[in-house]
Design a protein around this ligand. Structure first.
Ligand SMILES: [Zn+2]
Length: 96
């Protein structure tokens, strides 16, 4: 299960529309390779698709939840700094 910390944080930032020529991320089936996954930050839950920056086992990745398709996908697990950069790129429409 995920946890989002003690402070209710329902409203996060909204993702911008993907820009022309944006980076196409590869999205994988969730790997469940760690017992505890911490959600570091997440986009606003008023949208049908939300993105979460996650940390687990000393690594980071971005998780995408699509409530229309009821699917969860995640990027490759990587250095936390790289995962945060990818999350920022998603927010700014530079990657999707
Ligand atoms: Zn919102």
């Amino acid at each position: 299960m995920t946890e989002r910390g003690q402070i209710p944080d329902f409203h996060g930032p909204h993702v911008d529309s993907p820009q022309p020529g944006h980076i196409k991320l590869t999205w994988y089936e969730p790997t469940r390779r760690a017992q505890r996954i911490r959600v570091v930050s997440h986009t606003c839950e008023c949208r049908r698709t939300t993105y979460e920056l996650c940390a687990a086992a000393g690594q980071g990745f971005v998780r995408r939840t699509d409530r229309d398709n009821d699917t969860v996908r995640e990027t490759a697990w990587t250095l936390t700094a790289i995962a945060r950069h990818t999350f920022d790129q998603i927010l700014q429409g530079e990657a999707r």
